[in-house]
Design a protein around this ligand. Sequence first.
Ligand code: GCU
Ligand code: CA
Length: 138
Amino acid sequence: APTRYEAESSPATCAGAIESNHAGYSGSGFCNADNAVGAAAQFTVTASAAGSATIAIRYANGATANRPADVLVNGAVAHSGTAFDPTGAWTTWVTKTLTVPVNAGTNTIRLSPTTAAGLANVDYLEIDAAGDPPTGKQ
Ligand code: GCU
Ligand code: CA
């Protein structure tokens, strides 16, 4: 089963503010990062084995344009300019799924926006670590 890491919970970091004014988030809030290139949300996650892991990023983008971000794992770009498309409202949260390479043990996963609009609001990151058996229900 995936493990959830909330954006508002240390050791996650948010280059902006943890807020709770748009309903529908998990936990106690979400990361509203500054509207600037490189204003990142970062998660520290544990993987059970090295290899390819599926991550799910829950976000809301109530603006009218995509808020692209590089996804870096342990400092290296794994996905460049990943689209975080508009969701229609800041209270409409959706999940974006990606596959990333991970090391066994601790990894950092950083969402670093590539435009001056900054990130979408980020709720959490879930990781289904490499080595998990297939569940057949995903
Ligand atoms: C609004 C919204 C914020 C959001 C921001 C943005 O201010 O309330 O939650 O982060 O727009 O455009 O980034
Ligand atoms: Ca913002």
